[in-house]
Design a protein around this ligand. Structure first.
Ligand code: DAT
Ligand code: MG
Length: 140
């Protein structure tokens, strides 16, 4: 197991920003012991979102997902720490906020609003390769 410091991309999605949960989400990240490297509030072009979610292109939820991500401001975070990629995914909880475990961001703060699974508050990169790709997209 590596003890190297990793970096990952976290996005507070438009539902999180609109519900004023950015501070609560940041609090959990900081309380876990991860550090903030860079932070910005953005309203990205559709092309960035399509690129960001390229792995899901063609799936039935792709279009609603991109539309949702275009619906308001997003808080993009570059965070760092040992094993932060897996660690943040654990903090976030599983994809469906209705069944995500209590104690997680999605489990405590999210739910299925009108059948919209995409409204799950946060994104976190899922591997070292994704983190490098996504940080370059959002921050470089
Ligand atoms: P995660 O965000 O947990 O990495 P993912 O990469 O599989 O999940 O999917 C990206 C986003 O797409 C996810 O945060 C919410 C949405 N999504 C995934 N599966 C979905 C589904 N079956 N129906 C509706 N939205 C979905
Ligand atoms: Mg994903």
């Amino acid at each position: 197991m590596s003890t190297q410091i990793e970096e990952t991309l976290v996005l507070v999605k438009p539902d999180g920003v609109a519900r004023n949960l950015s501070g609560e989400i940041l609090r959990r990240i900081e309380a876990k012991g991860y550090s903030l490297v860079d932070v910005k509030l953005v309203e990205p072009d559709r092309s960035l979102l399509v690129e960001h979610y390229a792995e899901h292109e063609g799936k039935p939820f792709f279009e609603p997902l991109v539309e949702f991500m275009e619906s308001g401001a997003i808080l993009a975070l570059r965070i760092a720490g040992e094993r932060v990629i897996d660690g943040f995914r654990a903090l976030a909880g599983t994809t469906d906020p209705t069944t995500a475990a209590p104690g997680t961001i999605r489990g405590d703060l999210g739910r299925d609003w009108g059948g919209k699974v995409q409204q799950n508050l946060v994104h976190g990169s899922d591997s070292a390769e994704s983190a490098a790709r996504e940080l370059a997209l959002w921050f470089d």
